[in-house]
Design a protein around this ligand. Structure first.
Ligand SMILES: Cc1cc2nc3c(=O)[nH]c(=O)nc-3n(C[C@H](O)[C@H](O)[C@H](O)COP(=O)(O)O)c2cc1C
Length: 314
């Protein structure tokens, strides 16, 4: 049975974020505040079918604690989606998601991501290919409300006809990127359009915490909410716990160890700096700490800084 059927109502999911929600951060998140569903970062299906596949497999790494976890892929080629879906099933994922919302130029150039909003027939073919490649895995699609304007009235019915298990709607157009507030009134309209289809509608955009997410469910009637940037520096987001400064810094260090252990060979340590900026925030002395952390090059540097700071708290 698809895990989507046994989720609580409402449910809360972790958004895919490239170079942020990697295997290390997701493991930390599961330990301190596990969401109901997790997503991998997006992975190119074309790349997974190419000689460069080995390098991309690192983005599909996950640990058992993360179930249910969905692998997100992007492509404009049904044959590549088919092959990637087969691989994702073999790797033991709980679901597949096709990205139809990414506004990044590199992805758009490939006619994938948000470019699919203007290619509804291709979007349908991709969904069918995913189902054919992994007939036992539930399919979801993550998209936006339109290309340059809100066209959800036409776009959503196209997706619904292919009967995915769920559709995640980021409440902005492709053109709006992340520059305007997410339009939750449009997510409410999406819920109306999808009524009776049996497809779950999940809202996304600007949600700051679980209380905010619950309110959005009340306002819109959506089945669940996906949270992204609110997880930065706050792996407790889904447990609603407020950590002490000491806890925050110790978990930042734990995150660093895991990054080194799981991804160190494959990814630049500089990825961690984005996290340090978020962890070292909102308390006395955070700015000075941040400046020091921005200069770190390895785990030992971070260890030293955190140890020194935590001792100074006593
Ligand atoms: C750094 C970063 C990376 C992202 N990478 C992805 C991605 O790989 N796949 C995807 O569907 N969306 C991606 N997104 C979009 C988020 O999943 C989400 O839709 C967006 O941030 C809005 O939600 P939020 O306001 O809760 O962050 C990314 C966003 C950010 C900030």
């Amino acid at each position: 049975m698809s895990f989507w059927k046994s989720l609580p109502h409402p449910f809360f999911m972790l958004a895919p974020m490239a170079n942020v929600t990697d295997a290390a951060f997701r493991r930390v998140i599961c330990k301190y505040g596990k969401p109901d569903v997790l997503y991998t970062e997006f992975v190119s299906a074309d790349g997974l079918c190419s000689a460069g596949r080995e390098a991309l497999l690192i983005d599909l790494k996950y640990s058992e604690i993360e179930h249910p976890i969905i692998a997100q892929i992007f492509s404009a080629h049904p044959d590549k989606i088919f092959e990637a879906a087969k691989l994702i099933a073999e790797l033991g994922f709980d679901g597949i998601d096709i990205n139809m919302g990414c506004p990044d130029k590199n992805v758009m150039k490939q006619k994938a991501g948000a470019a699919l909003i203007k290619q509804p027939e291709l979007a349908r073919e991709l969904m069918r290919a995913a189902k054919a490649g992994a007939p036992n895995l539930p399919l979801s699609v993550k998209t936006r409300i339109g290309d340059v304007k809100n066209t959800l009235n036409e776009w959503l019915p196209v997706l619904l006809e292919e009967k995915p298990e769920a559709i995640i709607i980021h409440g902005r157009t492709r053109k709006e990127m992340s520059k305007v507030p997410a339009r939750w009134e449009t997510i409410k309209e999406a819920v109306e359009i999808a009524k009776g289809s049996g497809v779950k509608i999940i809202g996304n955009g600007d949600v700051v915490d679980v209380t905010d997410a619950r309110n959005k469910v009340k306002e819109t009637g959506c089945d669940g909410v996906m949270l992204g940037r609110a997880i930065f520096g706050n792996p407790w987001l889904f447990s609603e716990k407020i950590p002490s400064i000491k806890e925050k810094l110790e978990v930042m260090l734990e995150h660093t160890y895991l990054f080194e252990e799981l991804l160190g060979e494959h990814k630049s340590f500089h990825i961690m700096r984005k996290h340090y900026k978020a962890y070292a925030n909102g308390f006395d002395g955070a700015k000075e700490l941040r400046i020091q952390l921005m200069q770190t090059e390895n785990v030992a540097d971070v260890e030293k800084i955190v140890k020194h700071y935590v001792e100074s708290l006593h």
